[in-house]
Design a protein around this ligand. Structure first.
Ligand SMILES: Nc1ncnc2c1ncn2[C@@H]1O[C@H](COP(=O)(O)OP(=O)(O)OP(=O)(O)O)[C@@H](O)[C@H]1O
Length: 341
């Protein structure tokens, strides 16, 4: 099932939460809606689910206008962060719930067979008779996914499903989710404000800010070619430096960086910590190390430039560098944008 949003608008009282969003999710694709809090991600998901009406534009499921399709008939499965499983029902009963209330009548045996298939799919075979309070948070989210999948939805909508879990569990679950989604080939929209989660999981990432799409593309596209200072900053750790553009090149401390198409004038130069090289002597920006932070697979160096600006860079764990060292920073890659006036 393909989903298409055509210039969708949603206003709460006078506040425009979604301001003309057009978006297509191909059949079987996994798209992440990524954006800061309040950027309209959940509202978009709720409109697709039919829990909220768009007050402008249209939403299509394949060629059909979804406005005409009731929530029940949309064939949508949801998993939310604060979904809550039914606490008085066992894991198996929770998974069976949707099938029992569905218009499609199934025999008791058919339901039991489906429940055990789903338990196997989400790798919780031994836990059928437990209650939600008797399993872990990660296991609960897997039950929630099984419950959503029970009625064979054509579309899966996930709103921060792993938001409440710790980092290691989140990482495991996202890889696991991706495998299941591929196995089932189900069109999936995943809402998150976690860049790493979106980039790890999605075929395509749609970045929102203030109710509009600011960039969309593959994880590689958006990370390699962020189209604005906002996207660059939002996608992760970055240093902001200041320079000048002249003749399509930004100039900073003797280093020239390609800035094709940018008008001459003041510029912001964004450099990720992994795109700076440290050397004791040589060319580049003179800097003094203020602190070194050791991590399992890298060293994060905090340094200060001659103009007082703080800069962070990553070096390999073997690099010999200590607080107080003086050296030079060479920019390997950067994104340049005109400085806001
Ligand atoms: N029912 C409502 N009534 C009034 N305003 C609302 C309602 N629902 C959402 N909003 C507002 O619309 C904007 C977008 O909300 P939405 O929940 O879609 O954002 P989000 O990107 O999902 O944020 P978060 O990551 O915090 O969940 C917010 O400013 C929010 O306060």
């Amino acid at each position: 099932m393909k989903i298409r949003l055509d210039n969708v608008v949603k206003t709460f009282d006078t506040f425009r939460a979604v301001r003309g969003v057009s978006l297509e999710v191909a059949s079987g694709e996994l798209v992440a809606l990524l954006g800061p809090s309040g950027s309209g991600k959940t509202t978009i998901l709720r409109m697709i689910a039919g829990l909220e009406y768009a007050d402008g534009g249209a939403i299509y499921f394949d060629a059909e206008d979804a406005t005409a399709i009731s929530v029940r008939d949309r064939g949508v499965g949801f998993v939310f962060q604060h979904y809550a499983l039914f606490p008085h029902m066992t894991v198996a009963e929770n998974i069976a719930f949707g099938m029992k209330v569905s218009k499609v009548k199934r025999s008791k045996t058919a339901i039991a067979t489906r429940v055990s298939e789903l338990l196997q799919l989400v790798q919780l075979e031994g836990l059928a008779d437990r209650f939600p309070t008797q399993i872990s948070g990660g296991q609960r989210q897997r039950v929630a996914l099984a419950r959503a999948l029970a009625v064979d939805p054509k579309v899966l909508l996930l709103d921060e499903p792993f938001g409440a879990l710790d980092a290691a569990v989140r990482r495991d679950l996202r890889l696991w989710l991706r495998e299941i989604q591929e196995q089932l080939g189900i069109t999936t929209l995943f809402v998150t404000h976690d860049q790493e989660e979106a980039l790890d999981l999605a075929d395509r990432v749609v970045i929102l800010n203030d109710g509009v799409i600011v960039q969309e593309g593959s994880p590689q596209d958006v990370t390699r070619r962020p189209n604005s200072a906002f996207v660059t900053r939002f996608l992760g750790d970055t240093n902001r430096l200041f320079g000048r553009v002249a003749g399509g090149r930004a100039e900073i401390d003797g280093q020239a960086i390609a800035a094709p198409g940018l008008a001459d004038g003041a510029a912001e130069i964004y450099v990720r910590p992994g795109d700076l090289d440290w050397s004791r002597s040589g060319e580049g920006m003179a800097a003094t190390v203020t602190r070194v932070i050791d991590r399992p697979d890298s060293r994060r160096v905090l340094a200060r430039l001659a103009n007082g600006d703080a800069v962070e860079l990553d070096v390999s764990p073997e690099t010999d560098v200590a607080r107080g060292d003086a050296g030079f920073l060479h920019i390997r890659r950067a994104s340049v944008f005109a400085a806001p006036r």
